[in-house]
Design a protein around this ligand. Structure first.
Ligand code: TLP
Length: 343
């Protein structure tokens, strides 16, 4: 029986082409700057993101941490959403490692932070205050229904930041999902950020890795911060090779994941006892809720699990299902039938 694993797009396994690329990868020691495959991926990633330079890192968490460490010194402040991945799920790394102060602002259901709230959060010059150095955006926004932040919003934040001499970092773990959903080139979105971190190992299906992108100067400094974190890798062409295949072959098919997420959301809307804000489903992430009192949320998850279907429980009655390369439309239909039967 096939497991239908909808817990995350991080569960995707490498494609046959990636495995082949991995086994044929030309390798060297990347800490000496001598791994040709990593150099190729970094050049390609920088071009795709419209930035001067790029650097491979182990994970999205490391990507955000290295970028934020590179922008901010100790006791400086970063403005970020209260539902952002960096605030919720990165183990407090920016404070623990960098002594960087997080200033959270409410994330609206569409993943934005209100501009006037960002503006009000920027500190004046006063000895009592930390200095505001950075604003972090997340696109797509994981905890906010996988929402894609629009070009207009990204531009407005960038203008606000530029006026105040503040940098913008983009957690673009799923930036290609945003570009596909908005039907824009990814560089149109990344153009509004000074640094970007994007993941190879989510919707793009590579086994490991994220890439950070920015100016040459920024990436040179980031290389030192990655080293501090123990993230200097040797023959990481093994990882980069799959990343190159991911960028070459896996971006366009993301539209299928979005179509499957729509199919799932539409089906869930028809199942009594479940509720979903269907209009919020824009990309590959589907949140829905249990409203029936006849079955507990944990019970639904475990009954699905017994039938080989995995979803995440992310609150007392809130579920998340994420579509990806390992999921096709029949899997969605089987999930819906099973959900309907259990409910
Ligand atoms: N998100 C994971 C979990 O950590 C929640 C998931 O399953 O969605 N930024 C964003 C927006 C993310 O969603 C994630 C991972 C990361 C950063 C961190 O990436 P990794 O897991 O590679 O450290």
């Amino acid at each position: 029986m096939k497991t239908i694993d909808l817990r995350s797009d991080t569960v995707t396994l490498p494609t046959p082409a990636m495995k082949e690329a991995i086994s044929n990868a030309e390798l060297g020691d990347d800490v000496f700057g001598e791994d040709p495959t990593t150099i190729r991926l970094e050049k390609m990633a920088a071009e795709r993101m419209g930035k001067e330079a790029a650097m491979l890192v182990v994970s999205g968490t490391m990507g955000n941490l290295v970028c934020i460490l590179t922008h901010c010194k100790r006791a400086e402040e970063v403005i970020l959403g209260d539902r952002s991945h960096t605030f919720l799920y990165e183990a407090g790394g920016i404070s623990a490692v960098g002594g960087i102060h997080p200033h959270t602002i409410t994330n609206q259901p569409d993943g934005t932070m209100r501009l006037e709230e960002i503006e009000a959060a920027i500190r004046g010059d006063n000895v009592h205050f930390p200095r505001t150095r950075l604003i972090c955006l997340e696109n797509t926004h994981n905890r906010c229904s996988g929402a894609a932040l629009t070009l207009e919003y990204m531009k407005a934040v960038a203008e606000l930041a530029n006026d105040r001499d503040i940098m913008v970092h983009l957690d673009g773990a799923r930036i290609f999902n945003a570009a596909v959903a908005l039907q824009v080139d990814v560089t149109e979105l990344t153009g509004y950020a000074d640094s970007v971190s994007f993941c190879l190992s989510k919707g793009l299906s590579a086994p490991v890795g994220s890439v950070i992108c920015g100016s040459k100067e920024f990436i040179t400094e980031a290389r030192r911060n990655r080293k501090i974190l123990g993230g200097g890798m040797r023959q990481c062409g093994i990882i980069a090779a799959a990343g190159i295949t991911a960028l070459d072959e896996m971006v366009d098919r993301i539209a299928d994941d979005h179509a499957n997420a729509q199919r799932l959301a539409q089906g869930i809307a028809r199942i009594p006892g479940l509720s979903i804000e269907q209009e919020r489903v824009q990309t590959n992430i589907v949140y829905f809720d249990m409203v029936s009192r006849q079955i507990k949320a944990e019970e639904l998850v475990s009954q699905l699990d017994n039938k080989g279907i995995k979803i995440l429980l992310l609150g007392p009655s809130r579920f998340r299902a994420v579509t990806h390369y390992g999921i096709n439309s029949e899997d969605i239909d089987l999930t819906l039938t099973t959900l309907g039967e259990i409910m």
